[in-house]
Design a protein around this ligand. Structure first.
Ligand code: UD1
Ligand code: CA
Length: 468
């Protein structure tokens, strides 16, 4: 394991542990809670991204339920170098989860920051403040707490008469008086690694749930006269966890509203109805874009300036230039559209579809893995797959690139200034030379030389055309 350069002081070496082994019963799902998505990304991905911002030596993720999927989600977010995985085969409580990391961290002499995989909105600044207090107090343990109007369900922070920390009491083990306490444990802590693992050995599952509680550790340390500090955070929402689908929907709404507000106030984007627009917080939308209701802009999509996106369009991981119009009900995935293009209504672009400047795709046109050159148009009822199409070409209504022979995909090339007649079938692999014309209903099975008119089934050369 490599030490972080410039971090010689043992106290400053940071390891992060993320608890993510549980199913999350209250989600009523067969999928692990941390895999449920918020803003298009799994909950665990949010926590990992924030953790990585603190530049720890390593991020350990405790996995159990659907371990391989959780692992894949973590690796997708932060790569394979920074993450390490520890298996907790049976979920016997948060204390047991941390104990599973003993062999990895026992001799580490680091500060261990513990996070939950189901607390997605916590900010790096907040965690830095917690770590700062921990180091300033030279504490063995520092926990993050918040005050809640309704603390039901959370572990409560019991304090002594001098208001110093006493212990954490879980909801299910709390007395009637303890349940009145409004200050709760957010499940975010830092520990001196050595003290943490020594105290964990003494945790017993003698509670109403029969679980090993991590929350017993601060009390044990305090009884040993160790310094246990509390960092009270003012923003309860930021550090609250997702336990149910209703809470997940609330978080989604919060994130969504924040993104749209930022785009309106800082980005100069018009939303016809901000409460019915769904924009990923990773997307970029340029100034003077107009977004109509029920538009979804997902993933890392980028829209230039002055685009207008009409009702019901979905744009995923795609790039649009300036002044692009997307009419109602289009689906655009993994595609590139240059300046001044128009798409739709009801068009489908996918798998690296590319439209060069001023090109137009109209209704019921599907474009897959194909490129349309400048000022080329395909206005109606067409499938263009594996096709490379030049400039100033017109694709007639009902054209199909027959790209699949049942085994393999084949390319179609259509050069510049071509006119493809309505209902032409282009049986790939095939090339249509520049300036050529296919008559309506042609079935083109052979290459068409430049400046030639073809017609028929299969299409035959009828005549040579004049070059302009
Ligand atoms: C926990 C705390 C509680 C705190 C609350 C804050 C304990 C005993 N209680 O309760 O004081 O107020 O968080 O949100 O810690 N996990 C494992 N393995 C297990 C059990 C849990 O990895 O064996 C993981 C879960 O996947 C989850 C996290 O630990 O990501 C928290 O577990 P959860 O069951 O949600 O704890 P809470 O009941 O919310
Ligand atoms: Ca929880």
């Amino acid at each position: 394991m490599t030490e972080n350069p410039g971090r010689t002081e043992s106290q400053a070496t940071l390891d992060i542990l993320i608890l993510a082994a549980g199913l999350g019963t209250r989600m009523k799902s067969s999928r692990a809670k941390v895999l449920h998505k918020l803003g298009g990304r799994p909950l665990i991905a949010h926590v990992c991204r924030t953790a990585a911002l603190l530049s720890p030596r390593r991020i350990y993720v405790i996995v159990g339920y659907q371990a391989s999927d959780v692992r894949a989600a973590v690796e997708k977010e932060i790569g394979i170098d920074q993450a390490a995985f520890i298996n907790q085969s049976e979920q016997r409580g948060t204390g047991d989860a941390v104990a599973a990391a003993r062999s990895a961290l026992d001799g580490a002499k680091s500060t261990v920051l513990i996070l939950s995989g189901d607390v997605p909105l916590v900010r790096a600044e907040t965690l830095r403040a917690l770590l700062e207090k921990h180091h300033a107090d030279k504490a063995s343990c520092t926990m993050l707490t918040v005050r809640l109007e309704n603390p039901a369900g959370y572990g409560r922070i019991a304090r002594a008469e001098d208001s110093s920390f006493l212990k954490i009491v879980e909801q299910k083990d709390a007395s009637v008086e303890e349940r009145q306490i409004r200050e709760i444990n957010a499940g975010i802590y830092c520990f001196d690694s050595k003290k943490l693992f020594a105290a964990l050995e003494r945790v017993q599952p003698t509670n109403s749930q029969g679980e090993y509680y991590l929350t017993d550790v601060p009390g044990i340390l305090r009884d040993d006269q160790e310094q246990v500090s509390v960092y009270q955070h003012p923003d309860a929402r930021e550090v609250s966890g997702v336990n149910t689908r209703a809470e997940l929907a609330e978080f989604e709404n919060l994130l969504r509203r924040g993104t749209i507000r930022r785009l309106m106030l800082d980005g100069g984007v018009t939303f016809i109805d901000p409460s019915h627009a769904y924009i990923s917080n990773e997307a970029e939308v340029g100034r003077d874009c107009v977004i109509h209701p029920d538009v979804h802009i997902e993933g890392k999509s980028v829209l230039g300036e002055g685009c207008e996106i009409y009702h019901g369009a979905r744009i995923t991981d795609s790039r649009l230039g300036n002044r692009v119009t997307v009419k109602d009900h289009c689906v655009i995935v993994d595609s590139d559209i240059a300046d001044n293009c128009a798409v739709g209504p009801f068009a489908h672009l996918r798998m690296n579809a590319r439209m060069e400047e001023h090109s137009v795709v109209g209704n019921f046109v599907e474009v897959k893995k194909s490129r349309l050159g400048r000022r080329t148009k395909s206005m109606h009822l067409t499938y263009l797959g594996d096709a490379t199409i030049g400039e100033h070409t017109n694709i007639g209504a009902g054209t199909v690139t027959c790209n699949y022979d049942g085994k393999q995909k084949h390319p179609t090339v259509i050069e510049d200034h071509v006119r493809i007649g309505s209902d032409t079938m282009l049986v790939a692999p095939v090339r249509v030379g520049s300036g050529a014309v296919t008559a309506a209903g042609s079935v083109v099975t052979e290459d068409v030389p430049p400046h030639t008119l073809v017609a028929g089934v299969p299409a035959k050369v009828k005549k040579k055309l004049d070059e302009q």
